[in-house]
Design a protein around this ligand. Structure first.
Ligand code: PTJ
Length: 259
């Protein structure tokens, strides 16, 4: 770590995440565009109060249930997600049995290999990336459309994180069920996913690891039951309402942080 961040700093956690991303950028795991994307996420997290709201935890519970129950689930990992949460992604993969696929927008074999190594070094049992047989998601022109036949292409449930654009729509067109971790409820990905986790990716993944552990103590039917009445529009509405309430509170009082 190049910079000393004092523990007493009120934004210590946030600054440490930035350090992690900058290091990963220097290692060639994160692209410069990923640092910009993180800033957008931070802004939404700030507005939402930097915590996992009840609407996020509900989406996380349903996602963990699908990762466990689906016949072919997969966790899609890009540079930012790997840099922020490699350890937790691997734990989630182990706890749910869902393998990992490295899938990049700014795609290069070198980056895929680096991210694959990072995840394997953290103990990932199965990572698809450099060596898999490739195919294309129909109707998707970006390099994110290059996927592993054995992975995303034939998966029935896919967890994606920290991305926006056209991939979720393209995956849905070919019949996939998608959960997306995205702090921005306005984004195309957040709006089109079947399950939108409006939470910070590291927090969300930690939560899902604990939830998956809890589900191991339950009967399969009880976990299935959890998925039945899920309504993503309600989750998105609650997130927008929370943003509005926080803005209304700040507007009325002229402050939002109690010092
Ligand atoms: O590693 P690559 O090549 O696949 O590239 C990845 C990036 C992140 C550069 C690429 O996917 C991208 O440009 O993403 P966008 O279009 O900027 O979208 C990122 C979304 O994730 C935005 O809606 C952000 O608000 C949100 N976001 C950013 N950081 C976090 C986040 N959501 C949850 N947790 C975060 N830490």
């Amino acid at each position: 770590m190049r910079w000393h961040i004092p523990r007493s700093h009120p934004r210590y956690e946030s600054l440490m995440l930035r350090e992690r991303l900058v290091e990963a950028f220097e290692e060639g795991i994160v692209v410069p565009q990923g640092l910009i994307a993180h800033g957008r996420g931070e802004a939404f997290d700030y507005i939402l109060g930097e915590r996992s709201h009840e609407f996020a935890v509900e989406a996380e519970r349903v996602t963990a249930a699908h990762l466990i129950l689906s016949s072919k689930p997969i966790i899609s990992v890009n540079g930012n997600y790997a840099a922020l949460a490699a350890e937790e992604i691997v734990k989630l993969s182990i706890e749910t049995g869902a393998p990992i696929e490295v899938n990049l927008f700014y795609r290069s074999e070198e980056r895929i290999a680096k991210i694959e190594k990072l995840l394997v070094d953290h103990g990932a049992p199965k990572v698809l990336g450099t060596k898999c047989e490739k195919t294309l998601i129909p109707g998707l022109e970006s390099p994110r459309g290059i996927v592993c036949k054995e992975g995303i292409y034939t998966a029935d449930f896919i967890l994606v994180a920290i991305e926006d654009g056209d991939r979720t729509q393209a995956l849905k067109r070919i019949g996939k069920k998608i959960a997306a971790i995205d702090l921005n409820p306005f984004s195309r990905t957040a709006q089109t996913a079947d399950i939108t986790i409006i939470d910070e990716a590291l927090r969300a993944t930690k939560n899902m690891v604990n939830i998956a552990k809890e589900f191991k103590t339950l009967e399969r039917e009880a976990v299935e039951q959890l998925t039945l009445n899920y309504n993503n529009k309600t989750i998105l509405s609650k997130a927008f309402k929370t943003i509005m309430q926080r803005l209304e509170e700040a507007t009325a009082k002229g402050f939002i942080i109690e010092f």
